[in-house]
Write a protein of this length. Structure first.
Length: 608
């Protein structure tokens, strides 16, 4: 959420900033703005709405001259979307400008102090406190002013800062919100994420908590909060630049759905060697693995649903108890973390604020943490004791698809590794499991070929107001993710329920015409789910069933059936989720929704 881009160099800054911000639209925003130094003063332009409004206002950046500037796309937290609340914020004399991603938790107390000192506030935001504090402490030394401000604010922040009387540099700072800096032959860059500057450079530096960066035209300086200069090693980004583009698809989400066979294949091939599983990143000895008595999985959103699937897989395959927590609950519920607990933190971006906080709470209590993330160098990757990357490549659409699929596959392989070491999986079982894993990419390809049938069905359902998903066991975990995808991008009210809970309240919501999606891929629970379908049908529900291709019996009960290929019972989520993703996508398209940038949502949730 919120996007920051900055540039200083020998080219005009505004067009570069606008281009960078356009690559961050997936983060979610409701307004945008830029500040550019023209050689004598800082000029600021802001606009409510999509970035296109700001582009038109500035003639694509042509009306804002200058070789240094900072830009921002705002996702409203404090204050409604408006010009006054949009970034950049500036001091009374217009000599200091700030853009901010994050939340200043003690801003009310700071605001009162600044008002008492005679400062006037134009906005409702927490960010404006920062610019007035900078104004108050600035005595000609930007580093000193920034350091003084950071020592007084509480919360999370990634900042881009400009001082009019320091025209040779722009400044960047971070704490708990993502920020990178980069450099090429024409200048230096600030960005919230790699896609913003991938067009210009592959050489980036990851800024650590409470580090201050000064970017000049041809060099970058790094400092501690105590103004001591430090050195950092650059990281080379090896993404294909085209991976961050639509490549001819109408939406990023559709492109990323179709990238899942490759994503799953790449994730598997990096760990399956000569029909054996190699998971060196786990970094645990056999004795340590045998000593695991319980696993806690912490995550948010779709990553949480991947963790729910992992609970069934790990407990079923290797009989280790698993707790799965929404990270925001885990961090506040005072969890019991005894000896022998393994913590797994899952996040696509590696910057999810609640997951990061839960990770830190776990480490405070002496637990080792395994991170499963998609972004190299992200905060969760850096702060975990060990990390397994999903290698899904850049995922731009807000609603995750391919990163979720990669998380599932990593969790399957982790379960197999633990089971192998603990003696629960023998050679024959290992070979069978790996064979089924290696079939998944081709099976996903087959499912993608059903897109016309799924689109046809979605078009028939586009007027639905409420849709319920039901399932048992792993099918319940599949239902959770299918329901989330639908509500995220189509805005149709959708809920997932454990099918056995229907009689305990949920069935009262079912009436004539109610749509129910019943997921039934687990053989031992198939007849139980059939009974649940009969129950909702008796109350007038229209039922779409999703099952394996040997369960033709379900056609006698359901109104419409989608089939997935046969696979190991523990791996069915990887296949069942594909038609549900496509169904959600075509529902959203049919309703005219902004598929890649759904309202009120952000790709990387970096605030509580």
């Amino acid at each position: 959420m919120c996007g920051i881009v900055g540039y200083i160099g020998n080219k005009r800054a505004a067009p570069i900033i606008l281009d960078g911000l356009s690559k961050l639209e997936y983060r979610g925003y409701d307004s945008a703005g830029m500040a550019v130094f023209d050689g004598s003063r800082i000029n600021i332009k802001k606009a409510v709405g999509r970035l296109k409004v700001l582009e038109n206002l500035t003639c694509g950046g042509a009306s804002m001259t200058g070789m240094s500037g900072i830009g921002h796309t705002r996702w409203a937290t404090h204050g409604t979307p408006s010009k006054e609340n949009s970034h950049p914020h500036f001091n009374k004399t217009g000599t200091i400008a700030v853009v901010h991603n994050g939340i200043i938790e003690n801003y009310i107390a700071l605001k009162r102090k600044m008002i008492a000192k005679g400062y006037e506030f134009r906005s409702e935001t927490d960010t404006e406190v920062l610019v007035h504090l900078l104004d108050y402490y600035y005595k000609g030394n930007p580093l000193e002013a920034i350091s003084n401000v950071l020592s007084r604010v509480e919360g999370s922040y990634a900042l881009g800062i400009m001082f009019a009387d320091c025209p040779d540099g722009i400044f960047a700072v971070r704490k708990d919100s993502p920020l990178i800096v980069g450099q090429n032959e024409s200048g230096c860059f600030i960005a919230s994420d790699v896609p913003a500057i991938l067009k210009y450079t592959r050489t980036v530096y990851y800024v650590n908590n409470q580090e201050i960066v000064k970017l000049c035209k041809d060099h970058i300086h790094f400092y501690t909060i105590d103004e001591e200069e430090i050195s950092k090693e650059p990281v080379t980004i090896d993404w294909d630049a085209d991976a961050a583009g639509k490549d001819g698809y109408e939406h990023f989400m559709l492109k990323e759905i179709y990238e899942q066979p490759k994503t799953v294949a790449d994730t598997l091939s990096s760990h399956i060697k000569d029909n054996d599983l190699v998971l060196d990143e786990l970094g645990l000895s056999d004795e340590e693995i045998k000593g695991i008595r319980k696993i806690h999985i912490i995550a948010c959103g779709s990553a949480y649903h991947a963790g729910m699937t992992a609970k069934y897989v790990i407990e079923g395959l290797i009989r280790i108890p698993v707790e799965v927590d929404v990270a925001s609950e885990f961090r506040y519920r005072n969890p019991i973390l005894d000896e022998g607990v393994m913590i797994i933190a899952i996040s696509q971006s590696g910057e999810t604020a609640d997951t990061l906080a839960a990770l830190r709470e776990s480490k405070k209590r002496g637990c080792n943490v395994l991170g499963i993330v998609n972004v190299v160098g992200s905060s969760i990757a850096r702060e975990s004791d060990r990390v397994i990357y999903t290698w899904a490549g850049p995922e731009i659409a807000v609603a995750t698809t391919k990163a979720y699929s990669a998380q599932l596959v990593v969790l399957y392989m982790l379960a197999i590794k633990l089971g192998r070491v603990r003696g629960m999986i023998d050679d024959i079982m290992l070979s069978d499991l790996l064979t089924d894993l290696k079939k998944l990419p081709d099976q996903i390809e087959l499912l993608l070929e059903q897109k016309e049938r799924i689109q046809c069905f979605a078009n028939r359902c586009v007027s639905a107001k409420n849709i319920f998903f039901i399932g048992r066991g792993i099918d319940y975990a599949i239902s959770l993710e299918g329901s989330l995808k639908l509500k995220e991008i189509s805005y149709v009210h959708s809920e997932a329920y454990a099918a056995g809970e229907l009689k305990h309240g949920t069935i009262s919501l079912v009436e004539d015409g109610t749509m129910v999606i019943a997921v039934s891929t687990q053989p031992e629970l198939f007849q139980k789910t059939i009974s649940n379908i009969v129950e909702v049908k008796a109350r007038g529900a229209f039922v779409l069933a999703l099952t394996c291709d040997n369960n033709k019996e379900i056609e006698k009960t359901a109104d419409c059936v989608l089939y997935i290929p046969q696979t190991n019972n523990y791996f069915t989520n990887s296949l069942a989720i594909i038609p549900l993703q496509l169904f959600s996508y075509y529902m959203a398209v049919g309703k005219g929704c902004d598929v890649d940038k759904p309202r009120n949502l952000a790709k990387s949730v970096t605030v509580e």
